[in-house]
Ligand binder design. Structure first.
Ligand SMILES: Cc1ncc(COP(=O)(O)O)c(C=O)c1O
Length: 365
C-alpha cells in the first residue's frame, strides 16, 4: 500500500470519511438534535464542506484561524468553544460576527464582558454559551444553582452579547467510562437549565458531545446539539474505547522502513513529528496501530523514528511501506501541511490542513 511518493505522509481514505460524516449526520437526525462538528480535528475546507453538505447546523472551532477557515468554506454559523479573552482573538471573532452567526463559549464574567464590549464597539451581534464542567476538570463552572445565579445576572446585564444557552464537554470519557461521561454531560445540562429556567432565563441551546459520548447517546434528553470532532477520522483511541472499528478509521500516517537492526525490530521514518506521541486513554496498548500487522507494536517514538517491535521475527525489508492508525488523529493531522486523498483505494488528490498550528495567520506586533 504505497499512496504517497514521500514519507512520512498523512493519508486519508475519502470513502471512510464520507461514511463517517453520513453516519454521524444520521445519528444526530435520529436523536432530533443539531450537529455542530468540531473543525479542530481536520482544519480542512473540504471536510467542512462535506459536513455542511450532510446537514451540519454550524461548526465548532477553537481558534480564530479555524473560524476564518470555516467562514471561507461556507459555514453560516460558528461556535467558538474556547474563551477568546485576548484582544487579538476577540477582534477576529467579532469581525466574523459581521458576516456569520457567531456564538462563543465562556465561563467567566470577564470573558463575557469583553465579548459584550467588543460587540457593542463593532456594532455586531454575537451570542454566548456558558460552559459547565461535567467532570473533565478543564474549563467550566460546576452545574447547578450557583452557576445559574451568575449566568442569570450576566444575561440580564449584558446588552451587546446575548445569552443563548449552556455547553459542556465530557472529555473524561477518554478515561474509559464513556456511558458515565455521557450521563454526566446530560445531567450537567439538565440541572443547570432547570435552575436557569426557574429564574426566568430561557436556555435555547444545550450543547454536548465528544465523539465517544455522542456515539453513546441513545436519546437526546436535555441535549439540543452535539459537537463531535474526531468522528470524521476515528483513530486507535476510539477503537480502544469501543466507539469505532478499524474499518471506520479514515486517517493513517504512512512511513518507510529505514532500518532492520534486529529480526524483531522495525524502524520506520514516522516518529513523533509525523504521528504525535499521544496516549489519550490508558486503554490503548501502544503509540499507534500498524495496519495489517497485528503482531507489531509501536513501542517508542523519537522525533523522526518509530520503533516497532514484535514477539516473533518479522519479514519487512528496508524500503517497505507501512500505514499506522494514530492514537490521536486530530493531533497527527495538525502535524502535516496536507493529506493525500484516496478514493476507491486510488490517489485522487491532496487536501490542505489549512488552519494548522494554534494560529497560523496571527500577525506579529
Ligand atoms: C469543546 C469541545 N467540544 C467538542 C470536542 C470534540 O471532541 P472529540 O475530539 O472527542 O470529537 C472537543 C475536542 O477537544 C472540544 O474541546
Amino acid at each position: 500500500v504505497t499512496h504517497a511518493a514521500a514519507t512520512p505522509a498523512l493519508v486519508l481514505d475519502r470513502d471512510v470519511l464520507e461514511r463517517n460524516v453520513a453516519r454521524m449526520a444520521d445519528h444526530a437526525a435520529e436523536l432530533g438534535v443539531e450537529l455542530w462538528p468540531h473543525v479542530k480535528t481536520h482544519k480542512c475546507a473540504e471536510v467542512i464542506r462535506a459536513q455542511l453538505a450532510a446537514g451540519a447546523a454550524g461548526v465548532t472551532v477553537a481558534t480564530p484561524a479555524e473560524a476564518e477557515l470555516a467562514h471561507a468554506a461556507g459555514a453560516r454559523a460558528i461556535l467558538v468553544a474556547h474563551p477568546p479573552v485576548q484582544a487579538d482573538r476577540l477582534a477576529r471573532i467579532v469581525a466574523l460576527a459581521a458576516a456569520v452567526r457567531v456564538r462563543v463559549a465562556l465561563d467567566s464574567e470577564a470573558a463575557a464582558e469583553a465579548l459584550d464590549a467588543a460587540c457593542r464597539a463593532a456594532g455586531v451581534e454575537a451570542a454566548w454559551l456558558w460552559e459547565l464542567d461535567c467532570g473533565t476538570g478543564r474549563c467550566g463552572t460546576a452545574p447547578g444553582d450557583a452557576t445559574a445565579e451568575r449566568v442569570a445576572a450576566l444575561a440580564g446585564r449584558l446588552r451587546g452579547a446575548r445569552f443563548e444557552g449552556l455547553m459542556t464537554f465530557g472529555g473524561h470519557a477518554y478515561g474509559g467510562d464513556v456511558r458515565a461521561a455521557a450521563a454526566d454531560e446530560r445531567d450537567a445540562l439538565a440541572v443547570t437549565a432547570a435552575a436557569l429556567e426557574r429564574r426566568g432565563v430561557p436556555v435555547a441551546a444545550r450543547s454536548a458531545g465528544t465523539t465517544p459520548t455522542t456515539w453513546a447517546l441513545q436519546e437526546a434528553g436535555p441535549v439540543t446539539e452535539l459537537r463531535p470532532g474526531n468522528y470524521v477520522f476515528h483513530d486507535a483511541t476510539q477503537v480502544a474505547l469501543g466507539a469505532a472499528g478499524w474499518q471506520d478509521c479514515a486517517l493513517t500516517v504512512q512511513g518507510t522502513v529505514v532500518s532492520r537492526p534486529d529480526p524483531r525490530r522495525v524502524i520506520l521514518d514516522a516518529g513523533s513529528k509525523a504521528l504525535a506521541a499521544e496516549r489519550m486513554t490508558p486503554l490503548t496498548p501502544d503509540l499507534g496501530h500498524v495496519s495489517g500487522h497485528p503482531g507489531l507494536t509501536v513501542e517508542r517514538l523519537y522525533e523522526e523514528h518509530a520503533i516497532l517491535t514484535a514477539a516473533e521475527p518479522v519479514d519487512l525489508p528496508v524500503g517497505a511501506r507501512l500505514a499506522i492508525v494514530p492514537n490521536h488523529a486530530c493531533a497527527a493531522a495538525n502535524l502535516h501541511a496536507r493529506m493525500v486523498v484516496l478514493a476507491g483505494g486510488v490517489r485522487v488528490g491532496e487536501w490542505a490542513v489549512a488552519a494548522r498550528g494554534w494560529d497560523p495567520v496571527a500577525q506579529p506586533d
